[in-house]
Write a protein that binds this ligand. Structure first.
Ligand code: ADP
Ligand code: MG
Length: 624
């Protein structure tokens, strides 16, 4: 029997190849960040070993002191980053360093290629390239690793051009060496002083000591090597917080907000949470979870404690260090755990308080945050009753009255005399919604309408009846109460008495029996002749379209046709309706009008051929 000792060649996953090319072609002006990534991974490996050793103490063996060592060899042009953490098996080397497992990666990397203009590293900031950053400074990378508890070691090598090799190797103990064969223009990274500077700037927050091989006696660790969250706030710089954020959040951007506190009382824990500046690329992928790592008295337990934060805070990252959970807590024990539940309440409360503060003190910054994360927070309105009121207060909206964003409280402050409800409309874009005929009456009277363009809006609205006693009403739904509102610039012309239109309404109801549920005289129309609104008890127009698009509804429900009694066309129709042979003419016009209203509402026209025929003959009559 022969043992394979030759190297096996594997191809990188296609996305990895593309990512490597982008990274290697100087996406960063700051090449030094490669070291942060590799040290960050080494620290994670130590964390994971410490966790596994809670169950299997032998894994620690004689080498109980975990550390990261940097060995520079100026003559050989190499820099080696070693750790005595968990290590990788052969399969882990191939899987972890040859593929990117995160969902949505393929689409994201495709998007990156459009972002490759010089000085435009914005997109990749949401992603973080991690290990592959090594290729910014190295022409060839060797990874020699031995999994804790295993006798075998393996060597992974690559020049980052499409393929990597894996072969058996040897290593004295568990852990990983990353050997960087530095590019000719990157030899500074084999100099001790450069490494000291980088570690101080980028890795001071790392809780594992980072040492320099061959350093003078007594130099010790280059970093503080204590868990950042355990240090007093006053002693932590913004830079240290930001680097820690990049370490736990696996991103390259900066935190928008840092929340660092100690909770004492019923339960004790330390929280260090970050809200990012920009939305991560996978914010809407179903697998996306929060990135809050759970520690128990400084020992890493898991980064998958789902119950620690609700889904609608899945953009939060950071650390929670509990003093109340047992060290040997298993991941299963974390489900339905009362301590975790209390911590979750505490975290959510802390985050909401911080947002409330920011919304008050830093309006512009808060609006930028809301733009990126508002749709996700609105999921919280749907799913969580306890925090619903606070989230509704935190929500910001587009509106006909302001160019930027408004809160509901500000809307209420602007309400007109006699106005009882908060009006909104839902649709695709604020611009398109402003032009809807259903808004004409509101706009004319200066009554503000919120313009809701997120698909989720339709769903949270179903859970929020009112805001501080004011009903939320869709302008494309049900009867309106505009007549009660006193507005200085109310339409001068009083509508003609409703009696004049009785004949027309009856005739329209008869003619359009198949098409609409009812015909009413409108108060909301000003310039348009007709519009469609949804029944008070049915689905709102935009929601119904969404449901139909997603096949949750087969058939649309019937609308209510509203006619504008001040419009010349309607007045003319009313006269025709009472004339002797007017019935047939009105019927033809009615069909045309209802189709036109459908088009204006974005509804499909059921019989396009008939619509075209009627339009043609109308134009012919007009010209004849
Ligand atoms: P991330 O750190 O965001 O998961 P990276 O690209 O930095 O992504 O690393 C990919 C994976 O490779 C890590 O998740 C880890 O499983 C593995 N890895 C990298 N470096 C080490 C190391 N020094 N020891 C053990 N595993 C490592
Ligand atoms: Mg990493």
């Amino acid at each position: 029997m022969t043992e394979t000792t030759t190297a096996e060649t594997h191809s990188f996953q296609a996305e990895v190849s593309r990512l490597l090319e982008i990274v290697a072609h100087s996406l960063y002006s700051e090449r030094r960040v490669f070291l942060r990534e590799l040290v960050s991974n080494a620290a994670d490996a130590c964390d994971r070993l410490r966790y596994e050793a809670l169950q299997v103490p032998e894994l620690l063996g004689a080498e109980a002191e975990l550390k990261i060592v940097l060995a520079a060899d100026a003559a050989a042009h190499t820099l080696t980053i070693s750790d005595n953490g968990i290590g990788m098996s052969r399969a882990e080397l191939v899987g972890n360093l040859g593929t990117i497992a995160r969902s949505g990666t393929a689409a994201f990397v495709k998007g990156l290629e459009g972002d490759r203009k010089p000085g435009a590293p914005s997109l990749i900031g949401q992603f973080g390239v991690g290990f592959y950053a090594a290729f910014m400074v190295a022409a060839r990378v060797e990874v020699i690793s031995r999994r804790a508890g295993s006798e075998e070691a393996w060597r992974w090598t690559s020049d980052g051009r499409g393929a990597f090799q894996v072969e058996p190797a040897s290593r004295a103990g568990r852990g990983t060496d990353i050997v960087l064969h530095l590019k000719d223009d990157a030899l500074e990274f084999a100099e001790a002083q450069t490494l000291r500077d980088i570690v101080r700037d980028y890795a001071d927050h790392i809780a594992v000591p980072v040492e320099l091989a061959g350093a003078e006696e007594g130099e010790g660790a280059l970093n503080q090597a204590s868990a950042l969250w355990t240090r007093p706030r006053a002693e932590i710089t913004d830079q240290q917080y930001a680097e820690f954020y990049r370490h736990v959040g696996h991103g390259f951007d900066a935190p928008w907000t840092t929340i660092h506190w100690r909770a004492e009382g019923r339960i004790e824990y330390t929280g260090l949470l970050f809200l990012p500046e920009s939305a991560p690329f996978d914010l809407y992928s179903p697998e996306r979870r929060h990135q809050v790592k759970l520690y128990v008295r400084r020992v890493f337990i898991t980064d998958k404690a789902e119950d620690l934060l609700p889904r609608w805070l899945r953009f939060v990252c950071g650390v929670v260090d509990s003093a109340d959970l047992p060290l040997n807590v298993s991941r299963e024990m974390l489900q339905n755990n009362p301590v975790v539940r209390l911590m979750r309440q505490g975290l959510v409360n802390k985050i909401l308080s911080e947002l409330e503060k920011r919304a008050k003190d830093d309006t512009a910054g808060y609006e930028t945050f809301w733009k990126a994360f508002g749709p996700v927070l609105k999921e919280g309105i749907v799913h969580e009753a306890e925090t619903r009121t606070r989230l509704v207060q935190l929500a910001r909206f587009r509106s006909t009255a302001v160019d930027g964003w408004t809160s509901l409280a500000d809307y209420v402050a602007r309400m007109k005399e006699g106005q009882e409800s908060i009006y909104y409309v839902t649709g695709e874009t604020p611009e398109a919604m402003r032009r809807l005929p259903q808004l004409e009456g509101h706009l004319k009277r200066g009554v503000e309408v919120l313009l809701l363009a997120d698909p989720i809006d339709e769903f949270w609205l179903g859970h929020v009846e009112d805001f501080e006693g004011r009903k939320l009403r869709s302008v494309t739904r049900g009867g309106d109460d505009l007549a009660k509102i006193k507005a200085a610039d109310a339409p001068a012309e009083e509508p003609p008495p409703a009696g004049e239109f009785e004949g027309l309404v009856t005739l329209l109801k008869l003619t359009l029996e198949q098409d609409v549920k009812d015909v009413r005289i409108s108060q909301r129309l000003e310039d348009s002749a007709v519009c469609l609104v949804a029944d008070e008890t049915g689905y709102d127009i935009h929601l119904e379209r969404l449901l139909r698009q997603h096949r949750h509804l087969d058939t649309g429900s019937k609308r209510i046709l509203e006619i504008n009694p001040r419009h010349p066309l309607i007045k003319a129709l009313a006269r025709t309706a009472t004339s002797e042979d007017g019935g047939a003419k009105v019927a033809d016009a009615a069909k045309l009008l209802v189709d036109q209203a459908r088009l204006a509402a974005g509804d499909p026209v059921p019989d396009l051929a008939a619509f075209s025929r009627r339009l043609e003959s109308a134009v012919t009559r007009m010209l004849g």
